[in-house]
Ligand binder design. Structure first.
Ligand SMILES: CC(C)[C@H](C(=O)O)[C@@H](O)C(=O)O
Ligand code: SF4
Length: 856
């Protein structure tokens, strides 16, 4: 809940810690379609507030949770019929998420494990090196280079590229350079389309996908990056994955996953001047908490969302991950189609293919009467310009408010978290937010570095000057094309005249993996998405906000209310999606029949049997019983930035990260010596094999470096009430066991951990015992995951045994959505450092194009 409201702002919400009434609504039982209907029994559960929402609030709601799997069943994927994904008269109403998910199911196990086809795979330098290494070690190829797009963004300096020759000489910092160079070697070796630093299309991975029309409605989109949720603004199912999953997608173009809950966030009404989509999403996260969307895909809807431009919608979906959700989605509409017109990888505007695509895209909406597991309703007029005060994206307050204190929170854990956040942020409870003095301003990141963001910020600063106390104010366009467009419009001049630095595209100060960082204790107004401890640089203090608010802060030198700095006319959100020049090539211009024959020439098989020549299933060390010391760390919301800070993400290996584990907490920053009070520095916990953690463990970034660091330290099992989805998946991929335990069972295990006694986790028996053999707890684990862990199976090998089913899906995809095959760049002149030739992909039958447009 946004704190500090109710102090003069019209409709300001209630104080944190009080029930919100109509904001939360319970929904009826969720329904599944077709075969899922029979299988999926829905258990109605009353969930106490702290399990689902902001642990610093105490809303309560009734939600619907899928029942645990009924039986272990077959350990191989079942042969199930998927022809029934098309709607029929008997199909119950479905959500947008259900429709996109169900269309892409290649196979399904009886424990609900899905093999999902991935239409679009974005790749960047941080989370891909180990994946490519895995492919090389197993002599595997990239299955669909035409559906894969790579760029470099996190490590790149944002200084001028006027004298750019190659990435090896341009990136000075050694580890950053290694990651960038490694990506270039990999895209060459595996034949991938790549926008390098010499290419004006280079930029933040979540900016370039939509910009190029690579992201299209109804597709599945993944990337080894948590903010892949951004692409859901197009009505695609887009989510972040870990590096092992990146390898899985590269090798198989599929992902092993499971259904998420359906969650609806409906925002109705008019946004007040000065309030933007960033304020909406910060407000929503304040309401639901960083774990509010855990296990769910959020559909954002309502008149306020409909009224937003595509770019504003992207900012909302981008931060779904900060609300704990697997993905965020918005149904495509005319605004979406207008945005996609003329993009290089969209079907050519007004062509028969475009018309067919639009008919198909128009069917991508939640059916009337479809049920959501969780519903949140928000009135747009309750949303003020919103900023963060603490070290979690849920720590938000209206700009007119004051810094909250522990008394504003109800639970001991929330009070403690508040005290810790205030200390880190150097703030005193009760201070008016607008009295807080800033050092730096950063306008950039995949949340807010699009042309519309820059235009909005420029309108606020035009003709004015950055305050004298601001040491640096950075404008970092999200891509080379955004930068060029802004320069064509003269925005760069407005910013430079006002005293801002005008930079090149990249992630920049969003996470400080490149030279743009905060110094310790520096305070920054930032349009990025995370305010975790150390996020923008060790000891740095981040306040999240919208671009117009950051622009106002730069002018005032303190946290500022844009409504006092600029007139209403200057801060009204743009209604239409702004156009930028993305070049004039369309798929049809660059991809003719000859190209298609060439790239779709692999032998096709209708044989649905598991292929006899399928590769052998590889191995990981099996997980059976694990006995050892368990370290208690029951603090809520421990994020992956804390588990392993950004400076350790620059490795291209999976090993050797044990010393980096909890680096910011484990060592004194001044001396580098062990912090004696940190749990893993104390005996007997130095030798822990198990971690007993708090709720929402592993939230934030998708970095698989977090489980790698835990594993390298010696921790193979984590026991917690709940986890962030991506972290949970990542641990399994590394032969680790994350266990969900709550209530009395959790308390018993925690007590043993606190007493420094060993416990034994027995995966085959699904029990936890104390050192003397006393039963402490029983636990649930999905049968497929258990099978893989106990037998040490590599799931890429397992998936490759389903080659015939994957090909069958691809054939259907080509018939239904032919615009998704092939790369639109095959014949383009390339400015980038890497020239890519067309490479073969599995043949699908393009001959049988359907007359009827696809309806989902
Ligand atoms: C480096 C990457 C794994 C990470 C993410 O997944 O989010 C980064 O983009 C971030 O924002 O922390
Ligand atoms: S959140 Fe920041 S670091 Fe992560 S992809 Fe976006 S801009 Fe890059």
């Amino acid at each position: 809940m946004a704190r500090g409201e109710g102090d003069g702002l019209e409709g300001g919400g209630t104080k944190d810690g009080r029930a919100v009434g109509s904001v939360w609504e319970a929904s009826g039982a969720s329904e599944r379609v077709g075969k899922e209907e029979a299988r999926s029994q829905i258990a109605s559960t009353d969930i106490a507030a702290e399990h689902i929402s902001n642990p610093r609030t105490r809303h309560s709601l009734k939600t619907q949770m899928p029942a645990p799997p009924a039986s272990a069943g077959n350990l191989l994927f079942l042969q199930l019929l998927h022809e029934s994904n098309m709607p029929s008269v008997t199909t119950p109403p479905r959500t947008l998420y259900d429709k996109v998910l169900e269309y892409h199911i290649v196979d399904e196990r009886d424990d609900g494990t899905l093999l999902l086809y991935i239409d679009r795979h974005l790749v960047h330098e941080v989370t891909s090196p180990q994946a490519f290494e895995g492919l090389r070690n197993a002599s595997r190829k990239v299955r669909r280079p035409d559906c894969t797009l790579a760029t470099t963004d996190h490590n790149v300096p944002t200084t001028t590229r006027k004298n750019f020759k190659d990435v090896g000489s341009f990136v000075e910092e050694q580890d950053s350079r290694t990651q960038c160079v490694t990506l270039e070697e990999n895209v060459k070796a595996f034949g991938l389309t790549y926008f390098g630093l010499g290419d004006k299309r280079q930029g933040i991975v979540h900016i370039i996908g939509p910009e190029q029309g690579f992201t299209l409605p109804g597709t599945t989109v993944v990337c080894g990056d948590s903010h892949t949720s951004t692409h859901g603004a197009f009505g695609s199912l887009a989510f972040g994955i870990g590096t092992s999953e990146v390898e899985h997608v590269l090798a198989t173009q599929t992902l092993i996953t499971k259904r998420s809950k359906n969650m609806k966030v409906q925002v109705d009404g008019e946004l007040a001047p000065g309030v933007s989509s960033k304020d909406i999403v910060l407000y929503v996260i304040g309401q639901i908490g960083t774990a509010g969307g855990t296990g769910a895909v959020i559909e954002f809807c309502g008149s306020a969302i409909r009224g937003l431009s595509m770019e504003a919608r992207m900012s909302i979906c981008n931060m779904s991950i900060e609300g704990g959700a697997r993905a965020g989605m918005i149904a495509p509409d005319q605004t979406t189609f207008d945005y996609l017109k003329g993009r290089p990888l969209s079907p050519k505007y007004d062509s028969p293919e475009w018309k067919r695509a639009v008919t198909h895209w128009n069917s991508l909406k939640t059916d009337e009467g479809a049920k959501f597991d969780i519903e949140v309703n928000i009135d747009a007029k309750d949303i003020a310009p919103t900023i963060s005060w603490g070290t979690s994206p849920q720590d938000v307050v209206a700009i007119t408010g004051v810094v909250p204190g522990p008394d504003d929170f109800s639970t001991p854990a929330a009070k403690e978290a508040c005290i810790r956040a205030l200390k880190y942020m150097g703030l005193t409870a009760g201070t008016p937010m607008q009295d807080v003095v800033l050092d730096k301003v950063f306008i950039g990141s995949c949340t807010n570095a699009r042309i519309e963001d820059l235009r909005a910020a420029a309108r606020v600063v035009e003709g004015k000057k950055v305050a004298a106390n601001i040491k640096r104010a950075l404008i970092v366009p999200g891509s080379g094309l955004v930068k060029k467009q802004a320069e064509d419009e003269g925005l760069d001049k407005i910013f430079v005249d006002a005293g801002f630095e005008w930079r090149e595209a990249g992630c920049s100060m969003c996470l400080g993996m490149n030279p743009d960082i905060l110094s310790p204790q520096e305070r920054c107004a930032s349009t990025s998405n995370r305010n975790f401890e150390g996020r923008q640089g060790a000891g740095g203090r981040t306040h999240l906000m919208s671009p117009v608010m950051a622009a106002a802060c730069a002018l005032v030198g303190k946290l500022a209310d844009v409504r006092k700095v600029a007139s209403a006319a200057h801060v009204s959100p743009a209604k239409a999606s702004p156009k930028i020049d993305v070049g004039d090539a369309h798929v049809e211009d660059v991809l003719d029949d000859e190209d298609l024959d060439r790239i779709l020439d692999a032998p096709e098989s209708d044989n649905d049997e598991v292929q006899t020549k399928a590769p052998a299933v590889g191995g990981m060390p099996p997980f059976t019983q694990l006995k050892g010391i368990a370290a208690p760390m029951e603090q809520s919301n421990i994020d992956t930035d804390a588990i392993i800070p950004k400076q350790f993400l620059k490795t291209i290996k999976r090993s050797g990260l044990g010393t980096a584990l909890f680096n910011g907490w484990r060592y004194d920053p001044a001396t580098g010596k062990d912090e004696p009070d940190f749990i893993l520095n104390k005996d007997p916990y130095r030798n822990s094999k198990i971690l007993v953690a708090g709720p929402n463990f592993g939230c934030g970034s998708s970095r698989e470096h977090a489980p790698w660091a835990l594993l390298d330290f010696g921790i193979k099992c984590i026991i917690a009430p709940s986890y962030a989805d991506i972290f949970f998946n990542n641990t399994f991929k590394n032969g680790m066991l994350p266990l969900n335990l709550e209530g009395e069972a959790y308390e018993k295990v925690l007590a043993e951990a606190k007493a420094g006694r060993e416990i034994e986790v027995d995966l085959p028996a699904q029990t936890i015992k104390s050192a003397d053999g006393t039963d402490l707890a029983k636990f649930e684990v999905e049968s497929f995951r258990k099978h893989c862990l106990v037998n040490g199976l590599d799931d890429i090998g397992l998936t490759m045994q389903l080659e015939a089913k994957i090909k069958k899906f691809e054939k259907r995809r080509t018939e239904d959505t032919p615009w998704l095959d092939g790369s639109g760049y095959l014949k383009r002149d390339r400015n980038g450092a890497v020239k890519i030739e067309a490479v073969p992909v599995p043949k699908t039958n393009r001959g049988e194009t359907k007359e009827e447009p696809l309806e989902w």
